[in-house]
Design a protein. Structure first.
Length: 88
């Protein structure tokens, strides 16, 4: 399968933006934010924190994240945004 460098760059940019939004929520060092990190267990986020992250992602990427979407890890957020954000 061919993946253009533009789409790779777009994915990297999305990942960076998602990491920034998540780390900014509780002033977490960027080095602690990993795709495999659990928001609740590893980063100690509460439900309200996750809701605020979702709202921020929806605003930044002009997407809607339905309540039933399972988002437990940083990678879950990155994947959802990558798959639903319109490429600039």
């Amino acid at each position: 399968m061919y993946v253009s460098t533009t789409s790779l760059a777009h994915t990297a940019t999305i990942e960076q933006q998602v990491f920034r939004i998540i780390s900014k929520r509780k002033a977490i060092r960027a080095s602690r934010v990993r795709k495999t990190a659990s928001l609740a267990r590893d980063l100690r986020f509460e439900t309200l924190d996750v809701v605020d992250i979702i709202l921020e992602l929806e605003r930044n990427f002009s997407i809607t994240i339905p309540d039933e979407v399972p988002l437990y890890t940083v990678g879950d957020f990155v994947r959802y945004v990558r798959d639903h954000a319109v490429a600039a």
